[in-house]
Design a protein around this ligand. Structure first.
Ligand SMILES: [Ca+2]
Length: 486
């Protein structure tokens, strides 16, 4: 569609020539021919008018609501039995919700580098929390600013030093839930996210379209704090009288099914499980606190979206809600993310797009949409050419086109070793729609799960003879997608 918008101008340039050739013989023709001619002229003029409108249409604004460590099902719209997210649910009703969105690496710094560059870790080159090697001029904030966009980044930045000069409005902060301000007062990080986003919207340069990445710190834990999830005092009343369901795979017997280098107490996923979930009482307390942080983000999202509406911008703003990685809520006896199991690699993705046909609004789509797709989608919506070095694909095709037959059916997952192979070992995977092949390079260890029969990934089928033929094909495909990610 971005391309079509660019083409619109070419259409306008071409059509006047056709018009002249049509009108010039009018003087020497019969009245009936004249009527036919006039009809054709009006028809063409109609087309021309449409092209003019398309060409004159202002570029869309773009708002990315980017949460942190937010599980794919932490949404009322996804049928969650407890958490309340009324504003994001409303956004899903006005847009589309991707039910099988994934990240290509499940850790903050790497996934964020992928967000900006539209590239796999193998290409952007940041294995953890460093600046990516991709030139800034090939990121969506860089490209949109170069193309006349007023450009903002608010909140978390996890790729080395924050490049404030690269933004018209850049404010970076994260890591703690309560922030000390210059005047000595304290503010909650989500409230600061909201204040800054409203300030951005109210003070922005009004003669330019804008792109704002609102990068929340919630629902990320404050790792060094014993309470982990420090919500705003006004949220304390939420979820007091409910019981959070315990995941069916939370028991020790499931932890023991994990590869031996994960199923031990040295592993960071297990360590953090002890921080948060190792008694039923703690599970209730910490999960409720996590959901309070989520509902606070939802409320802030609601107020930012209300400001868009108040400024009359909601009909010309592409809004994307997503996150950098999923999260274990005690499944497999783990906490946090990193590993290629479903809880960790699946993320929420809601898109409200002014171009979206009415029939698509309020629907869901189960295509494999990836975090590498976000940057190309944003650029295409803005009518900016997508650099050939970007590896994702415009996911707007999935709601703008009547049918997309060649969308990906699988993808490559990758994660580097963090600190040591005891702490967080590296992992890779070929994720297909119905099956997943995992490879742990540090230990040359393989797993195979039948996602259709075993969506909770509790039966490793790597030595099951019934899957031997499939496994050979999966290993080949894994090598191919791995090579293509470079
Ligand atoms: Ca994260």
């Amino acid at each position: 569609m971005g391309l079509m918008r660019q083409m619109g101008l070419m259409g306008v340039l071409k059509q006047p020539i056709t018009l002249i050739t049509l009108i010039s013989p009018i003087c020497s023709i019969s009245p009936i021919d004249l009527i036919v001619m006039l009809k054709r002229f009006l028809l063409l003029a109609g087309c021309l008018g449409f092209s003019l409108i398309a060409a004159a249409q202002p570029k869309p604004n773009i708002l990315i609501l980017y949460a942190d460590d937010w599980r794919h099902d932490t949404l009322g719209a996804a049928g969650h039995p407890v958490v309340k997210t009324p504003h994001l649910d409303q956004l899903a009703r006005e847009g589309i919700r991707f039910t099988r969105a994934h990240v290509t690496t499940s850790i903050c710094g790497v996934s964020r580098a992928t967000l900006f560059t539209g590239q796999w870790m193998s290409r952007h080159g940041n294995p953890a929390f460093e600046m990516f090697k991709t030139p800034w001029s090939e990121t969506y904030p860089g490209l949109l600013r170069a193309n006349g966009y007023y450009t903002g980044h608010i909140g978390k930045w996890h790729n080395g030093k924050f490049p404030a000069e690269a933004f018209d409005f850049g404010r970076s902060y994260a890591g703690t839930h309560f922030i000390k301000q210059a005047d000595g007062s304290t503010i909650h990080v989500t409230q600061k996210n909201e204040n800054d986003a409203l300030e951005f919207l109210r003070t922005r340069s009004k003669d330019k379209p804008f792109v704002l990445t609102l990068a929340f710190f919630a629902t990320h834990a404050e790792d060094q704090h014993p309470k982990q999830y420090l919500y705003q005092p006004t949220s304390a009343a939420l979820y007091q009288n409910v019981t959070i369901p315990i995941p069916t795979t939370a028991g020790d017997e499931y932890f023991k099914l994990l590869p031996p280098f994960i199923a031990n107490e040295k592993n960071e996923g297990r360590n953090r499980w002890h921080w948060r979930f190792d008694t039923p009482e703690k599970y209730q307390e910490y999960m409720k606190a996590y959901y309070r942080l989520a509902t606070e983000v939802d409320s802030t999202a609601g107020r930012v979206l209300a400001e868009l509406k108040a400024q009359g911008l909601d009909e010309n703003t592409l809004v994307i809600f997503t996150t950098d990685n999923g999260y274990f809520h005690g499944e497999h006896g783990l906490a946090d993310k990193w590993y290629p199991y479903e809880e960790s690699i699946r993320v929420p993705l809601i898109v409200r797009d002014p171009r979206m046909p009415k029939a698509k609004r309020g629907t869901t789509n189960d295509a494999l949409a990836l975090n590498v797709d976000t940057a190309p989608t944003i650029l295409a919506a803005a009518g900016v050419s997508v650099p050939a070095t970007m590896q994702g694909r415009d996911f707007a095709e999935l709601y703008l086109k009547a049918k997309v037959r060649d969308w990906r059916q699988d993808y490559f997952y990758e994660h580097a070793t963090i600190r040591s192979t005891d702490f967080i070992p590296s992992s890779e995977a070929l994720v297909q729609r119905d099956v997943k092949y995992l490879y742990w390079p540090d230990f040359k260890y393989e797993e195979l799960f039948d996602l259709k029969r075993d969506p909770q990934e509790t039966r490793n089928l790597i030595n099951d003879s019934k899957y031997a033929k499939r496994l050979t094909a999966l290993r080949q495909r894994f090598a191919a997608v791995k090579a293509a990610a470079k």
